[in-house]
Design a protein around this ligand. Structure first.
Ligand SMILES: NC(=O)c1ccc[n+]([C@@H]2O[C@H](COP(=O)([O-])OP(=O)(O)OC[C@H]3O[C@@H](n4cnc5c(N)ncnc54)[C@H](O)[C@@H]3O)[C@@H](O)[C@H]2O)c1
Length: 403
């Protein structure tokens, strides 16, 4: 074989392998239907099902969920949908182009990696993974693949994010050394935040329990943990993984922040004394190498101040309330001619943005890279809470995750 024919052969073999590995969406045209499968269709999955069905040119053809109730609900909503209790059967389907994952946090890594290995594009709910080593693996796999991956950090598609980036780039905010963020909720006395009732059909017969456990130590079926996985470290990452991740991703995106250099977190289970492990009251401090400190606080027993982010700069202040336009105030001492104003960019539809990118093969608004950076901030904070000490990035990366 000459060098030329060898090169041609290798090229063709590579193309053949690529086509085999990526059968469908790599050849999608603007008018082709995109066939979507979903893994984990509980609360959030049902929201996302509604969103994806609103996107033109998409058909939801399959779903996988370990709980029969969820499969029955999906069948009644989407006639003809194929359902499975094992996500691998869904990923075997040649006519699934793209997959939405909304499973519990401890399953994200498996569903993320398996979806990419099956050659499908991916919409993966936040937080990207349950641990730092898992985040490393998913980020590496996403970089190596040519799949379009959107993380479910929908505030990255907000008009407020675009306006904040622009105002910061245009110098309206000046030097930022400090960012304050918080989120707060409340529930009627006696009703714990996040606690869900267990449906009467949630029995061992109706649940693929070992698939839910996903490698966690085996034990008899526990319906409370299946439904309320959020309350336990083994499956969840507490409110940092549920909510701080959205805000820290938004702040990191606006200011183009690298990974934190250190995290401190204090707090505890102070208001929801119902047997949960993850804290309800939290104060996080994140140090960044660019001389910036970000604080995030959260409470489940007072919601007066709701949730917001404030970027405090030498020349101006940005205040961001979710779903609302960003507000800007100049610091008159450094920017005397500046005027108070509001952002005007429209929110983009995060799901539509993913599908547009599946067609155009461009990078979506919340790529794995912001999923990775925000996940590391979450895990550094949680490690600090568990160790009851400040944790640097290097220390956090050296830790073997435990629950
Ligand atoms: N982006 C957002 O604003 C937002 C909002 C809420 C939740 N979320 C995220 O969505 C994810 C799901 O949260 P939720 O509240 O919908 O939880 P949920 O418990 O209501 O739903 C999870 C579903 O996954 C199923 N499941 C469990 N293990 C599975 C497995 N191995 N394979 C297939 N299915 C499995 C469960 O039966 C359930 O139906 C979480 O990561 C959460 O953080 C994101």
């Amino acid at each position: 074989m000459t060098d030329h024919t060898r090169r041609t052969f290798l090229k063709q073999a590579a193309i053949g392998a690529a086509v085999l590995a990526y059968p469908a969406s790599s050849v999608l045209g603007a008018n082709d239907r995109i066939r979507v499968g979903m893994i984990g269709v509980g609360d959030r999955g049902n929201d996302l099902l509604g969103q994806i069905r609103g996107v033109h040119g998409v058909e939801v053809v399959a779903m996988a969920d370990v709980y029969s109730r969820r499969r029955d609900e999906a069948k009644s909503k989407v006639p003809g949908i194929q359902t499975f209790d094992d996500h691998r059967r869904l990923l075997d389907m040649k006519d699934v182009d793209a997959v939405i994952v909304a499973s519990p946090l401890h399953c994200h890594v498996r569903h993320f990696l398996d979806t990419l290995a099956a050659g499908k594009d991916l919409y993966a709910e936040k937080t990207m993974t349950w641990s730092i080593p898992e985040a490393d693996k998913c980020f590496a796999a996403a970089k190596e693949s040519n799949r379009v991956v959107q993380i479910g950090l929908q505030h990255q598609s907000s008009g407020a994010q675009m306006d904040a980036r622009q105002m910061i780039k245009d110098g309206w905010v000046g030097k930022v050394t400090s960012v304050e963020a918080w989120m707060s909720r409340n529930t009627p006395r006696g009703k714990g935040q996040w606690v869900r009732p267990v449906p009467s059909d949630c029995t061992a017969q109706n649940v693929n329990w070992s698939a839910f456990l996903n490698g966690r130590p085996d034990r008899p079926f526990d319906p409370f943990k299946l439904i309320n996985w959020r309350l336990f470290w083994e499956f969840a990452g507490g409110n940092c993984a549920e909510n701080m991740v959205h805000q820290i991703a938004w702040i990191m995106g606006a200011l183009d922040l690298p990974l934190p250099s250190a995290a401190y977190m204090s707090g505890g289970v102070f208001s929801e004394k119902d047997g949960r492990e993850v804290p309800d009251t939290i104060a996080v401090t994140l140090d960044f190498p660019k001389d910036i400190v970000v604080t995030w606080q959260s409470s489940f027993s007072n919601k007066h101040y709701d949730m917001a982010d404030r970027i405090l700069g030498s020349d101006g202040t940005l205040e961001h309330h979710f779903e609302e336009a960003i507000e800007y105030w100049p610091e008159k001492i450094n920017r005397p001619s500046g005027e108070a104003t509001k952002g005007s960019s429209h929110n983009q539809n995060h799901m539509q943005n993913w599908i547009d990118c599946v067609r155009s093969r461009s990078t979506p608004n919340a790529p794995p890279e912001i999923g990775y950076r925000s996940a590391l901030a979450v895990h550094m904070a949680n490690l600090s809470y568990k160790k009851k000490q400040r944790v640097t990035l290097e220390e956090a990366k050296a830790v073997t995750p435990d629950y």
